[in-house]
Design a protein around this ligand. Structure first.
Ligand code: ADP
Length: 163
């Protein structure tokens, strides 16, 4: 059994659209446990630290649009913990490009923009949430957004039944 910790960010469009409760509920109801949470309005430098490899993967234009997106309002940062938490949250979030995200996923149910549309209009792909992609990314991202003291250890009452 692999207990993992993963970072979820509800991006500014998630807050501005009032989807915080909906998004948290979808993840929390699986039994994954919230062990840290805070609201931050990131600046450009912080956004670039978080998206340290995006320029390499997608180019400078995407990075610039992305940092503009992440700094456009407050972000809710949450650490979820549980068995295979990283891949489970990615599954609940759905694929990066909302037009490819199946119904039942957060990105598939609440957004629809394609990569082609975004690129033609020189805009970011708005997709409501960030979720760590792997163990190393999760470690790096969690240490950027939270101190050790902000991460809490406790038992959920349903741990007796969700196993
Ligand atoms: P994910 O967030 O699913 O892990 P990436 O790390 O590849 O995906 O990309 C980071 C974010 O950059 C995406 O969530 C999306 O908001 C944005 N993005 C990715 N590719 C593009 C693109 N080609 N054009 C515009 N925005 C993009």
């Amino acid at each position: 059994m692999v207990i993992e910790q993963t970072l979820v960010l509800i991006k500014p469009d998630g807050l501005k659209r009032g989807l915080v409760g909906e998004i948290i509920t979808r993840i929390e109801r699986t039994g994954l446990k919230i062990i840290a949470m805070k609201m931050i309005w990131p600046d450009k430098k912080f956004a670039e630290q978080h998206y340290f490899d995006v320029e390499e993967r997608h180019g400078k234009k995407v990075l610039d649009n992305l940092t503009g997106y992440l700094t456009a309002g407050p972000v809710l940062a949450i650490c979820f913990e549980g068995v295979d938490a990283i891949s489970l949250v990615r599954k609940i979030a759905g694929p990066t490009y909302p037009n490819e995200a199946p119904p039942g996923t957060i990105r598939g149910d609440f957004c629809h923009i394609s990569k082609i549309h975004a690129n033609e209009n020189n805009q970011v792909v708005g997709n409501l949430i960030h979720a760590s992609a792997g163990i190393e990314d999760a470690k790096k991202e969690l240490s950027l957004w939270f101190t050790k003291k902000e991460m809490h250890s406790y038992k959920r009452t349903d741990e007796e039944h969700v196993w």
